[in-house]
Structures are given as structure tokens and as C-alpha cells.
Ligand binder design. Structure first.
Ligand code: GLC
Length: 350
């Protein structure tokens, strides 16, 4: 090849790859396109969060001891080894789980969308995933919870969203804190083993593709971005990958570092903003004190408080994502149903 030919060829290759990069740079989409994509979400204002997993069976109790903190953190707080924790798959059998009831309750409460923990930090998957056996298909229950829930959502006109944890206490690429208990237990700052990160990112991408292809999720809601091995570079790569699969999807800011990443929306937790800001946001709150089902926690927020919060949040341009935690049988605690419906009644009246 002559020098000139070589130069032309390499210029061509550079142009083609640059073009591919630009096409996949969804972060810098024009403001009008962004607003269009976000429209249903900003109009929605109010959604239901659902924390459900193996931990729901424990209700915050490990070997007779009530463990403090959020119940879905029990593996970290009580420092339960992965193998022992995995035994919970043998008893996972939420026979009362009723997607229709959940979705109808959300609708009657005035909620327009729902986000469920498809894989919380524990790593257990609520759907039948090709990429792991640590999933609902390997339990006595066997039924695919996401399939049931996404079908009910479609039927009742409720948007369907999926929470997916970046950290994974079960995946072999990661290992328990070596620096000890940091207040969030022994697993919060879980380490990525040397040389295993790429394999784990591939696992994440494969699973996220399942959530999009098989359950047509409308929102990808990440969490666990605080570990030092997760940064804005991998986060934006993941963001672009997901938008490449489903351009109209909405992704929360914890896909990258929540402290300085605001797309597609910010996620204040158990607090909300005092005034409108120049980015979209959604405040998430527990209805009692825990996200996952916790037997000892009966500190229910009352309908008036929910109503006031929602109005305040909406007035400042945010959404409210209010959580419920079904128990190990799949039942939503009666008190939370009552509070949701009464607050919904107040919304209808005013
Ligand atoms: C916190 C908790 C987590 C929960 C999340 C919801 O990050 O650690 O368990 O899922 O809040 O925003």
C-alpha cells in the first residue's frame, strides 16, 4: 500500500468510528429530545417502589435476633456468608404474590408507574435469567415475578420500571469488605476482585438486555454506585449501551456517580429538594422506616403526610416514588395498602 492510500484509509476508519461514537453519545441529546422522552415521567408525578427479594422472608430477623437498619441490608448487617445466605432460595415461595392486586392498588392510589427491585444488593434475580441460577426459577416458587408484573402494568396502563443494583453480594467477581464494618455492615464497600470487572460488566449488560427485551422496562433504576470501582466513565458507557438498546428508556442518575451526574433524573432519598432545580428529579421514600419488609417496623407514615409530601414535591418539579415491601408470602402489609388508598382518596377529592 502506498503512503497516500494508507493515509486515506486511516482517515476513513477514523471518520467511521467517530461517527459511531457520536451516534451512541446519548448523553448530549438536544434538550427538546430529552424533554420529549421525559414527558410521561414528569407528567406522572407519583410512582410505587417495591422492594422484594430473599430478604423479604426474614423480615429483619436473623437467627432470632432483630437486626437494625434496612431489612434488605440484613446480609451486610448480620454479616451472613454468601453460601449461607443463598440457602434462602430453598424457602423462597411467595405464593400470595398477586401482580394484579399490586398494580390495581397502585392505580387506585393515584400512582402512574412502578419500579421493582429486580436484583437488589443480595444479587438474587426476580426473573428467570439465562445468566445465573441465583434467580426465581431456581426456587420452589418458580413463577417469573417480572413477567407477571410487567403484564399487569401493561394491562392497566401503568409504566413498568426495574431497579438493578450495581453492587452484587453474590456474584463471584466481588468479595466482602476487607476493611471491616463501616456502619452499613460488612458488605457495603464490596471489593471488585482484580481482573474481574469486565466479566461483571458483561454480566450486567446481558441481564439488562433481558430486562429490556423480555419485560420491556420503561425505567432503569440503578443503585450501589458508591463503590470506588464504579465511576462516571463506566456509568456513561452503560448509559449509552442501554439507550442504544431502547432509545426512549429513562435511566436514573445512579447509573454513574450520583453526586455529580444528573441524567436522566436525580434521586434524593428520604429527603426532597427545597426548590425547583435545572434537572429532573424523583424523591424516593419508605412508607415506614425500611424498604424491605421488616416485622418490627410499624412506623407507618399517615395518608395526610403522604398527600402533603406528594403535593410539595410535585410543586417543586419532582416525582414521588413511594415504597412498599411485600412480606415473604408476597403480601403487601395491610397498613401500607390502607395508607396508599386513603392518600389516593384525598388526591381524587381535591
Ligand atoms: C438505599 C438503600 C437501598 C435502597 C435504596 C433506595 O440506597 O441502601 O437498600 O434500595 O436506598 O433508594
Amino acid at each position: 500500500m502506498t503512503k497516500v492510500k494508507f493515509l486515506v484509509l486511516s482517515l476513513l476508519i477514523t471518520a467511521v468510528t467517530m461517527n459511531a461514537q457520536v451516534k451512541n453519545n446519548f448523553i448530549n441529546e438536544p434538550q427538546a429530545d430529552f424533554e420529549n422522552r421525559m414527558q410521561w415521567f414528569t407528567d406522572a408525578g407519583y410512582g410505587m417502589f417495591i422492594h422484594f427479594g430473599l430478604y423479604s422472608q426474614l423480615g429483619g430477623v436473623w437467627k432470632g435476633d432483630s437486626i437494625d437498619g434496612y431489612s434488605e441490608w440484613i446480609q451486610s448487617k448480620a454479616d451472613i456468608a454468601s453460601q449461607e445466605y443463598a440457602m434462602l432460595t430453598h424457602t423462597f415461595n411467595p405464593v400470595d404474590f398477586d401482580a394484579e392486586f399490586i398494580v390495581k392498588t397502585a392505580k387506585a392510589a393515584g400512582m402512574k408507574y412502578l419500579v421493582i427491585t429486580t436484583k437488589h444488593h443480595e444479587g438474587f434475580c426476580l426473573w428467570d435469567s439465562k445468566y445465573t441460577n441465583f434467580d426465581v426459577a431456581s426456587t420452589p416458587f418458580k413463577r417469573d415475578i417480572l413477567a407477571e408484573l410487567s403484564a399487569s402494568c401493561k394491562k392497566h396502563g401503568i409504566r413498568f420500571g426495574t431497579y438493578y443494583s450495581i453492587i452484587d453480594w453474590h456474584h463471584p467477581s466481588q468479595e466482602r469488605n476487607i476493611d471491616g464494618n463501616d456502619g452499613w455492615g460488612w458488605w457495603a464497600e464490596i471489593r471488585m476482585k482484580t481482573g474481574r470487572k469486565q466479566e461483571y460488566i458483561t454480566y450486567m449488560k446481558n441481564q439488562i438486555k433481558e430486562l429490556i427485551d423480555n419485560y420491556d422496562t420503561d425505567i432503569l433504576w440503578f443503585d450501589g454506585d458508591w463503590v470506588h470501582w464504579w465511576n462516571n466513565e463506566v456509568g456513561t458507557d452503560l448509559y449509552n449501551y442501554i439507550r442504544g438498546l431502547k432509545p426512549e428508556i429513562i435511566i436514573n442518575n445512579r447509573v454513574a456517580k450520583r453526586s455529580n451526574f444528573t441524567k436522566d433524573f436525580g434521586t434524593p432519598e428520604q429527603v426532597h429538594l427545597d426548590e425547583a432545580v435545572n434537572y429532573e428529579w424523583e424523591a424516593c421514600y419508605t412508607i415506614n422506616g425500611s424498604w424491605g419488609y421488616k416485622i418490627a417496623d410499624t412506623n407507618w407514615k399517615q395518608p395526610q403526610e403522604i398527600y402533603d409530601k406528594l403535593k410539595d414535591i410535585n410543586a417543586k418539579g419532582g416525582n414521588l416514588l413511594l415504597n412498599i415491601g411485600p412480606d415473604g408470602n408476597g403480601n403487601i402489609p395491610e397498613e401500607s395498602v390502607r395508607v396508599l388508598l386513603e392518600a389516593g382518596g384525598m388526591l381524587n377529592k381535591k
